[in-house]
Design a protein around this ligand. Structure first.
Ligand code: ASP
Length: 330
């Protein structure tokens, strides 16, 4: 069988790219890279690659990781001016003895490897940053789209009482327009026709993060983990939560011990719920593919979506919550 999963609604097109690559005989590793690259080039997606929202100083800094069936992995963190950080991460994996390069060193490596420099900050992202800069108490302010399909954004305060934020942001059945837009990494998992698993994860991280902040996405075992004999898992959401819980490693290790994929996601979320710093505005979405092709997705709260496609399932968007998963109304 072939199978691909991608996080969020903006993962729908990348997931199509990934499944088509698998269909044409590409390896899971090539397919996840192509899916991730597709999103990195999509400037309408303001949480990945070019067009991503900048940090607090107005600079776009990207994180990415990639991992193959055999446990080879590469990652980059805090990279400026290179659009396809997923490809740079793959180059780290294939051409260096290291797993991770960060900041200037990663940028120098990308240059030496012939990657093209790009201005990542779009006019739209810059204007939202300027609006954020004008907010009082801005470090506690987050962004959401006023209405799905519109380009209007509003700022919401992240420190409101849990009940209030929950109701306003994550009411079950809420329109996508009520979802937060301060983050949304693309994570892509795939299984190819030879049964090999691979995963990719690429992001501009939390919008308006402190300069130098690195999230879970490039951290092997937090944002992404693959053991081809067992499972592949990827995470999205407030990275600090998954970093403190090593969520994707946790999921793969539970699957190794015979726990069903959906239950493994639930238990990983349960661990995150014990995090003393968890507040009502925080989200976490998890996806997993077991080595036999059984897959699952779960999230802390309503609002997470994933795209799934296989040789028997046309590319389909699902609404995910804790305990359930249903076909989304597109
Ligand atoms: N996990 C990413 C980060 O914390 C953001 C996201 O997935 O939404 O950088």
């Amino acid at each position: 069988m072939i199978l691909s999963l991608s996080t969020w609604k903006h993962g729908f097109h990348p997931n199509q790219v990934t499944i088509e690559a698998l269909n044409s005989g590409k390896s899971a590793l090539d397919a996840v890279e192509l899916g991730a690259r597709d999103c990195e080039s999509d400037i309408a997606c303001m949480s990945v690659g070019r067009g991503g929202l900048p940090d607090a100083t107005g600079e776009v800094t990207l994180d990415a990781s990639i991992m193959d069936h055999d446990g080879n992995c590469g990652s980059v963190a805090f990279v400026r001016n290179y659009e396809h950080v997923i490809a740079v991460a793959r180059r780290v994996m294939e051409k260096t003895p290291h797993v991770m390069l960060a900041g200037e060193g990663a940028e120098q490596f990308a240059e030496r490897e012939g990657f093209e420099k790009t201005d990542l900050l779009t006019e739209k992202a810059k204007s939202l940053w300027e609006q954020w800069m004008a907010q009082p108490d801005k470090l506690h302010v987050r962004l959401r789209r006023a209405e799905e399909g519109t380009q209007e954004y509003v700022f919401v305060h992240g420190d409101e009482p849990e009940e209030l934020v929950w109701r306003r942001e994550y009411t079950p059945g809420a329109t996508q327009g009520q979802q937060e837009n301060s983050h949304d990494t693309i994570g892509v998992l795939a299984m190819d026709s030879a049964g090999r698993l691979a995963g990719a994860c690429t992001t501009s991280g939390l919008a308006f993060k402190l300069h130098g902040r690195v999230g879970d996405s490039p951290i092997i075992g937090a944002g992404l983990y693959v053991d081809g004999r067992v499972a592949a898992a990827v995470a999205t959401g407030d990275g600090e939560l998954m970093m403190r819980a090593c969520s994707t490693f946790h999921i793969v290790e539970m699957v190794r011990q015979g726990i069903e994929p959906a239950e493994a996601c639930e238990r990983a979320l349960e661990r995150i719920r014990q995090d003393k710093r968890l507040t009502g505005d925080k989200q976490c979405g998890l996806m997993v593919i077991r080595a036999d092709g059984v897959w699952a997705g779960r999230s802390l709260r309503p609002g997470f979506q994933l795209a799934a496609a296989s040789d028997v399932l046309p590319n389909t968007l699902f609404d995910i919550t804790a305990n359930s998963m249903e076909k989304a109304r597109f």
